[in-house]
Write a new protein. Structure first.
Length: 429
């Protein structure tokens, strides 16, 4: 119905200073503050109005990653906001509860703008998720975990490191902009909403003591059922919601473990995939809020059927190009018909790691290589890893918002690759 609220978010990008490391105050960028941005939150059915002002010295944009919305509200490279100017997109939330995020998307500058500190979470709620017995007290047992790797110089300033093959890597991991973070845990069961907000680094998250956790949601919302796991790999832009159980007075480290991205040794070195990094210390109180039984069913996921697809498109990723072409803001690469279901077959045609992100839609994964998706990839996704020399097949439905003029983007979410032109544009007509 039309009973949703009207929510206005006033957001101002600004330059600031943050105390992150001991060497000195870091010059940063942020939204409504010195570093990163506020967590935004809306319910399915709400109308969102954003009043975004660019108080930076550079032209930028603000993109709502994972959101189904009209192309003119998307915040991609067609909605540039000059310094001192404002932009006021509006849309209605028409998708399930999920952990989405926002970040700049100015073509060629996205990696730098995110690196300097513009990013934040955008949480969506709905009745189905709220009917479940899950931790959802924000900041208490429902915790945002934005993971980003950075390098600091001797004065504490951010260093834009060499890109090597895949983009900037840092040796210091920040969670929500904090180095060496400690989470004071007050409940037996805590929900971590993890975002890989890094530009190039992938993480394989798990706990130092090997304890398992329950993954309950991927990019676009709840999984059909909780998945018991020891590790979850997230490439840049991907999210996972996990539930971790702790005993009173216990401590455990959330860590990123070396991971197999399917790369040759040299390529693996330039992506940091062999690194072991402590992400955050979790420290439980003496008395913890008791947890109830974990729901065995989370969401009813309507599987998109291959037979319903009217179009199959192929995309080949190689050396900063998609299908041999570099991003051109003046060129529409694909024209999609509103209301249709499509299959996109995306192929990584060389030895570098990539992932695939599509604006406006959440997709389902039909296969990764010859295999059906593992349970953690069986829900709604907007970004997925594409290993070297592999093919992923994605199915998605394009709905109501149409424009012949303003395109949406699809691209690799390794931000350096995206900036170098590994991006294309589609319109929904
Ligand atoms: Cu998260 Cu086109 O981006
Ligand atoms: Cu996006
Ligand atoms: Cu890439």
């Amino acid at each position: 119905g039309d009973d949703g609220a009207r929510l206005t978010f006033d957001l101002a990008a600004q330059e600031g200073r943050a105390h992150i490391v001991d060497q000195g105050e870091t010059r940063t960028w942020g939204i409504n503050g010195d570093h990163l941005g506020p967590t935004l939150r809306a319910r399915r059915g709400d109308t969102v109005i954003v009043r975004f002002t660019n108080g930076l010295s550079e032209t930028t944009t603000l993109h709502w990653h994972g959101m189904h919305l009209p192309a003119e509200a998307d915040g991609g490279p067609h909605q540039m906001v000059e310094p001192g100017e404002s932009w006021e997109p509006s849309w209605r939330i028409a998708q399930p509860a999920a952990t989405l995020w926002y970040h700049p998307h100015p073509h060629g500058e996205t990696e730098a703008h995110v690196h300097r500190g513009i990013a934040g979470l955008f949480l969506l709620d709905d009745d189905e998720e709220e009917a479940l017995d899950l931790p959802r007290e924000y900041g208490v047992d429902d915790i945002p975990v934005i993971v980003q790797d950075r390098t600091f110089d001797a004065q504490g300033q951010l260093v834009e490191t060499s890109h090597r093959n895949n983009g900037m890597l840092g040796e210091t991991v920040l969670v929500n902009g904090t180095a060496d973070p400690v989470l004071e845990v007050s409940a037996e069961r805590t929900r971590l909403r993890i975002l890989n907000g890094s530009g190039a680094r992938s993480y394989a998250f798990g706990f130092e003591d090997g304890r398992t956790f329950a993954m309950i949601a991927s990019d676009g919302g709840l999984l059909p059922a909780p998945v018991r796991m020891e590790r979850i790999m997230l490439t840049p832009g991907e999210r996972a919601e996990i539930l971790v159980d702790m005993e009173p007075a216990e401590e455990v480290v959330l860590r990123s473990f070396p991971q197999d991205l399917g790369l040759t040794r040299g390529m693996a070195d330039s992506t940091g995939s062999g690194d072991e990094l402590d992400i955050m210390l979790l420290r439980a109180a003496q008395t913890l809020r008791p947890a109830s039984a974990l729901p065995s069913i989370l969401a009813r996921l309507e599987a998109l059927e291959e037979t319903a697809a009217s179009t199959v498109r192929g995309f080949e990723l190689r050396t900063n190009r998609i299908n041999g072409r570099s991003m051109d803001r003046g060129r529409i690469d694909e024209v999609v018909t509103a209301g249709t279901t499509e299959i996109w077959e995306v192929w990584n045609d060389h030895g570098q790691p990539h992932n695939v992100h599509i604006h406006d839609v959440q997709f389902q994964i039909l296969s990764v290589g010859a295999e059906p998706p593992p349970p953690e990839l069986a829900g709604w996704k907007d970004t997925v890893y594409l290993p070297p020399h592999e093919r992923v097949r994605l199915i998605m439905r394009f709905s109501d918002y149409t424009s012949t003029e303003i395109p949406y983007m699809y691209h690799c979410h390794l931000l350096w690759h995206e900036d170098q032109g590994m991006m294309g544009q589609f319109v929904v007509v």
